[in-house]
Design a protein around this ligand. Structure first.
Ligand code: S3P
Length: 432
């Protein structure tokens, strides 16, 4: 599928976005290995999280979906997973694969995890290294990519792991394996990363200690099933924030969005560029902070930002590159080497997309310098990447001509209904 975007103005609106992807994955995985039933409300009914649910079903867990966003999980307890009949296919989802590897490393049976073409090219050495130190045996392709063949029946022991890269997926994989390990498992991170795993474990009665940059848990603790309410995904809300900021006079309220401080780097970076973004009606869904986000059209200017914000905004750089391209002046992005191993090489994909829309971009090994300007019409490619597709779609709404975005099927991995959502508030985005 392709999107055809025609210049259009967003109207004032109150909207919601689908559930948080990171929290939805964790709800299904942790609910599955809990004692008793869990009920998940506001689940992200997108391809990535559905792949996780299917994988847990294949491991013998009963999972029902009484509605598109309600999930009931009959937890089997820490040691109740069953050997699957075949390989587990995790589609496009790096989160699913890396977290599942942690969960499966300490099972009594072997498993094989696979993904689609994009996932099969992503680095898995980052989880294999610590899990192997814990006593797991995991084979990858010779270049450290999936499929993952995880041996069964091995006893895991707790370790302390100093993560060389700031990655919530690696931290979570080690902590999940730590539930099955003897003694204490701890992880220290070089920069703060999203802490949904720690928060959800606590809400399921597992004791997790966090101090400065170290997270610790003791193995053998069995999570207890609970009701888990999933907030709207700030990463999805970001595209609506971006569209609103760029659209003349627009004023949009995105309701009930997760504003966990380990995720809100995008708000700080955009505010530093002059964005009018306010949080209203702050409240909590369990351990997760939630707010309504009011965004008003703003004159953006290029700005330098604190490198400590990178890991707090790691999924938002596609939108931030587009914001920089529409801003006055120049923005230099650096410290973004991780973007090269996301669903696509996002630095290359965005540099290419923005250049095709008339923006001057100089790519570096770990970032880019983006010179703000006006978008021309043109044809761009998503590089099979949902966030690249959505960011470029928002650029199209303020371009001088039509923008055709090729290959947008992957939008359904994180934001099913994106096109309908933005079209509902005035963005002329059609299927071409
Ligand atoms: C995620 C962590 C991040 C993020 C991904 C979701 C998670 O990945 O990019 O979309 O749910 O833990 P890394 O841990 O590789 O930075």
């Amino acid at each position: 599928m392709d999107f055809l975007v025609t210049p259009s103005r967003l109207r004032d609106a109150v909207i919601t976005v689908p559930g948080d992807k990171s929290i939805s994955h964790r709800a299904v995985m942790l609910g599955a290995v809990s004692r008793g039933r869990s009920e998940v409300r506001g689940f992200l009914n997108g391809d990535d999280c559905l792949a996780t649910a299917d994988a847990m079903r294949a491991l013998g867990v009963e999972i029902r979906m009484p509605s598109a966003t309600d999930v009931v999980i009959e937890g089997v307890g820490l040691h109740g997973l069953q050997p699957p009949a075949g390989d587990l296919d995790l589609g496009n989802s790096g989160t699913a694969m890396r977290l599942m590897a942690g969960l499966l490393a300490g099972q009594r049976f072997a498993t094989t995890l696979r993904g689609d073409e994009s996932l099969n090219g992503r680095p898995m050495g980052r989880i294999v290294t610590p899990l192997t130190r814990m006593g797991a045996a995991i084979e990858t392709d010779c270049d450290g990519t999936p499929p993952l063949q995880i041996a069964g029946g091995l006893a895991l022991r707790g370790i302390h792991y100093d993560m060389p890269v700031a990655s919530a997926q690696v931290k979570s994989a080690v902590l999940l394996a730590g539930l099955y390990a003897s003694g204490e498992t701890s992880v220290s991170e070089p920069a703060v990363t999203r802490d949904h795993t720690e928060r959800m474990l606590r809400s399921l009665d597992v004791t997790v200690a966090s101090s400065a940059s170290v997270v610790t848990l003791t193995g053998g603790q069995e999570p207890r099933g609970a009701v888990i309410e999933v907030p709207g995904d700030l990463s999805s809300a970001t595209f609506l924030m971006l569209g609103t900021l760029l659209s003349q006079d627009a004023d949009v309220l995105v309701k009930t969005v997760g504003v966990n401080p380990t995720r809100t780097g995008v708000i700080d970076i955009l505010r530093g560029m002059g964005a009018d973004i306010r949080l209203e009606n702050a409240r909590r869904f369990g351990d997760e902070p939630v707010a309504d986000i009011r965004v008003r059209a703003s004159r953006l200017r290029g700005a330098a930002f604190d490198p400590a914000l990178v890991s707090l905004a790691i999924d938002e750089f596609p939108a931030l590159f587009v914001a920089a391209a529409a801003a006055e002046g120049t923005t230099t992005f650096s410290g973004l080497a991780e973007l090269r191993v996301k669903e696509s090489d996002r630095i290359a994909a965005l540099a290419d997309g923005l250049r095709r829309l008339g923006i001057s971009v100089a790519e570096t090994a770990d970032g880019a310098t983006v010179h703000g300007g006006r978008f021309t019409g043109g044809e761009v490619d998503s590089s099979h990447d949902h966030r690249v597709a959505m960011a470029l779609a928002m650029a199209g709404t303020v371009a001088d001509g039509e923008v055709l975005i090729r290959d947008v099927d992957n939008v359904a991995t994180s934001f099913p209904g994106f096109r309908e959502c933005v079209a509902g508030i005035g963005a002329d985005v059609r299927l071409a």
